[in-house]
Design a protein around this ligand. Structure first.
Ligand code: PLP
Length: 341
């Protein structure tokens, strides 16, 4: 199959993650995370985030998000999110399931970004016993539509959260893309801005599989190891989930991969910006390009063999990972132009 940009999950494993996996494959080592790769990966996160955070590893983002939110909530609590949020639209009810019923309170946002006002409205509209008590807010950085929260916006959200007694969770399935785009440190974008828990995506960053969950408040991580185990998220051969992180973090590939995906999104956006009939649906701020076009353009594009999703926002979504071939990006741009005439 020629390279496609329907999802950043179409990409393979990047060399740095692959090499670390290979090194971790030498000999026998202690199981269930009691190995040196796992310690080294957790320490690499602490170094990168400049803080002594609690670090856990899960197989995928749905589990990471769901278990992190479950750790913040009782079953009678609720979690405020945007109507575009992955936890709401793409996790099959897992956050509610793993929290034993904590309800998602969805803000009907215009784009995928929550504002302090959205949070305040949902958190204060009811205070009676009949309503699930708001306890957490989840934001996605970058958002499902490729937009970024600025540090100031995150800080404003966390200030609102603190005022209202809410915890702040960040779905960072593309966290590296956000860091690269904002040019800020991971610490600036998370605990220094008031984020309590981060799910840091490894899969879309170049690993085969795996996400990390970082608790910046130790108390919130109490029992989280049991929660992971109960949910089937404790890898017995943990070194193969943790070693790729060592490869990504210690080499700096995590950030290079993020920056590279972002640059390819900009490359496409620039190449098609003057094509009549094509319209960018959202500002291109990370590794995603969303295009609006007449239906016939999408059909023609599919006939030329291109795959893409149209279920988010009604346009065509293109995502770029560490492996995007610039020549293929240019081919896509040329085909978009050809299909639009
Ligand atoms: C990809 C993605 C996830 C993780 O999805 P899984 O398929 O469960 O690994 C989480 N949040 C967002 C915004 C995503 O795009």
């Amino acid at each position: 199959m020629s390279q496609q940009f329907a999802s950043d999950n179409y990409a393979g494993i990047c060399p740095e993650a692959w090499q670390a996996m290979q090194q971790a494959n030498e000999g026998s080592l202690t199981a269930y995370g009691e190995d040196e790769w796992t310690t080294r990966a957790a320490n690499a996160f602490r170094t990168l985030f400049e803080t002594d955070c609690e670090v856990f590893f899960a197989f995928n983002g749905t589990a990471a998000n769901s278990l992190a939110l479950a750790a913040l909530c009782q079953s009678y609590n609720s979690v405020i999110c945007s109507s575009f949020a992955h936890v709401e639209t793409d996790e099959c009810g897992a956050p509610e399931f793993f929290s034993n019923g904590s309800k998602l309170l969805v803000a009907r946002t215009e784009n995928a970004k929550l504002t302090p006002q959205d949070v305040r409205t949902l958190a204060t509209c009811r205070t009676d016993i009949h309503y699930p008590k708001p306890r957490a807010v989840t934001i996605t950085q970058p958002t499902e539509t490729g937009e970024l929260y600025t540090i100031e916006e995150i800080s404003a959200l966390s200030a609102t959260c603190r005022e209202l007694g809410l915890r702040l969770h960040m779905d960072g399935s593309r966290f590296a893309n956000a860091c690269a785009a904002l040019g800020c440190t991971p610490a600036d974008m998370t605990w220094k801005a008031g984020v309590d828990v981060l799910c840091f995506g490894g899969t879309k960053n170049g690993m085969a599989v795996g996400e990390a969950i970082l608790f910046f408040d130790h108390a919130l991580a109490e029992g989280f190891d049991y929660r992971c185990k109960q949910a089937g998220q404790l890898a017995s051969k943990m070194r193969f989930l943790s070693a790729p992180w060592v490869g990504l973090l210690e080499s700096g590939a995590w950030l290079r991969n993020g920056a590279y995906g972002n640059s390819c999104a900009l490359r496409l956006a620039h190449a098609v910006r003057d094509v009549p009939g094509l319209e960018l649906m959202f500002p291109v701020q990370s590794n995603a390009v969303f295009l609006r076009a007449p239906e016939k353009v999408f059909i023609a594009l599919q006939e030329r063999g291109w795959r893409f999703y149209t279920f988010i926002g009604g346009g065509a979504r293109f995502m770029f990972a560490w492996d995007a071939d610039p020549a293929r990006v240019d081919e896509l741009a040329a085909d978009l132009a050809a299909c639009s005439v």
